[in-house]
Design a protein around this ligand. Structure first.
Ligand SMILES: [Zn+2]
Ligand SMILES: [Zn+2]
Length: 443
């Protein structure tokens, strides 16, 4: 989970998070020699030069974590014996993991030595061989899916979302170990059941760009039934929405006191097709990277990993978007029919085209402007209360909670983008055609 994803401020190594019954300590993956230092954990995303590789080959992005007892390697080749102590957690990429699963420490060492440029007779290669042999022989049963990897995002498609969803539900139901808090069987069952029933939402690229643009500024937002779409849902953006967490999708499952919410990264690996198939079968396309229980009225803002999801909910609740069914792959539809399941549905959500009314309002604004260009981007207005008039003669007032909303010209969703400027200037030109005194565009 990303909140446990720490790196050492001194050396840049992604640190192992060791859980001692809820108390987490952070260790270097390999304890350095004489010049060793204590790990100084900072959130990994804050490190400019993060080093996170497979602990075996030092080349590929890791995918699995193996557990062993503490391993000590003593090298006796030099003038005096040198002891190196290693951590008890070993991150392995998909290929190295396959070798570990096959108990093939010889190939594992050959692969790693080749990556380091060591010959089999080199002392380093021999120490490595000893470590690999020990990992393979003494590893505890099972392995944990690493949920902090920075894999390339994979190209998800709206048409295959039902299959992606089914595989994800299978991951929660199946034997693959996940870190806390997803190591709880009951939670996993709830999440899988929620996904089975989930409405599937695909956010088109323009809406995704809008969310990416505004999520960091999200004001404090209370999560309530007003903004969370009813039932359970799985929502996928056209591409990862934030550079910090690279979240590609999120799901929510209603609970009596709120919602279980999980964010996912998509899993793209550079593997041969057969190895990739194995990963898709075991893991799927989405890896849970952040899980939270949101109680009703819980407050989320731009610093939260859930900012992108909450911003997307708000924009949908604000009715800036429209949804329509989008075709699902025929092979998936047929598989659903064979299994006598309800036909799968994916809703494509996009930003509404500017309405005629808003276009004329825009023109009016341009006409009455004092010569300064109108704002060409949208911005958040924070949550507030409004006194709503009601009753006979609108004589009574009641307090109404207003959720944060995006303000700014329709059709100009993305701050400072070229598209916005072109649209803006077209409108100004149209206004200029109609009125003799065009506003000067000082932008
Ligand atoms: Zn360090
Ligand atoms: Zn590897």
């Amino acid at each position: 989970m990303i909140e446990r994803d720490m790196a050492c401020a001194v050396c840049g190594y992604a640190l192992n998070a060791i859980d001692h019954d809820g108390l987490i300590t952070f260790e270097h993956p390999v304890t350095p020699r004489k010049d060793s230092h204590d790990p100084q954990p900072i959130p990994a995303y804050q490190h400019d030069d993060l080093y996170r590789r497979c602990h075996m080959c030092s080349t590929d992005e890791p995918l699995w974590t193996y557990r062993t007892p503490e391993i000590e390697a003593v090298s006796v080749g030099g003038n005096f014996p040198v002891t190196q102590t290693y951590s008890t957690r070993w991150n392995a990429c998909a290929r190295c993991a396959q070798l570990i699963e096959q108990d093939d420490d010889v190939t594992l060492t050959r692969r790693s030595s080749a990556a380091m440029g060591w010959r089999p007779t080199d002392l380093e290669a021999q120490i490595l061989a000893g470590i690999h042999r020990t990992i393979v022989r003494t590893r505890e049963p099972g392995r944990v899916l690493l949920t902090v990897g920075e894999w390339e995002p994979t190209n998800l498609k709206a048409a295959t979302l039902p299959k992606v969803r089914d595989r994800l539900a299978g991951l929660f139901r199946g034997p693959v170990e996940l870190p806390t808090p997803l190591d709880n069987t009951e939670t996993r069952g709830l999440l899988a059941g929620g996904l089975d029933q989930a409405r599937l939402y695909w956010i088109d690229s323009e809406f995704t760009s809008l969310v990416a643009e505004v999520l960091a500024d999200l004001p404090n937002t209370a999560v309530t039934d007003r903004i969370v779409p009813a039932g359970s849902g799985l929502l996928t953006w056209s591409n990862p929405i934030d550079r910090r967490h690279r979240i590609a999708a999120a799901s929510w499952t209603p609970q009596p006191t709120g919602w279980h919410v999980v964010c996912y990264r998509s899993l793209g690996l550079d593997l041969p097709p057969t190895a990739m198939e194995t990963v898709r079968r075991e893991v799927g396309w989405l890896v849970p990277v952040h899980a939270a229980h949101l109680s009703r009225e819980a407050v989320v803002n731009g610093d939260d990993p859930l900012a992108g999801l909450v911003a997307t909910w708000l924009i949908i609740a604000q009715q800036l978007t429209q949804g329509e069914p989008t075709p699902v792959d025929s092979s998936i539809r047929k598989a659903y029919a064979r299994a006598r399941r309800k036909p799968p549905e994916v809703r494509l959500i996009r930003i509404k085209a500017p309405s005629a009314q808003s276009r004329s309002a825009e023109t009016t604004k341009v006409r009455t402007s004092t010569g300064r260009a109108k704002p060409d981007h949208r911005y958040w207005v924070g949550a507030h209360e409004r006194n709503q008039a009601y009753g006979p003669g609108r004589s009574l007032r009641k307090k109404l909670d207003i959720d944060p909303f995006l303000k700014g010209p329709e059709g100009a969703p993305i701050r400072a983008s070229t598209t916005v400027r072109i649209l803006g200037s077209t409108r100004v030109r149209r206004a200029a055609d109609e009125h003799e005194q065009p506003p000067t565009n000082d932008d």
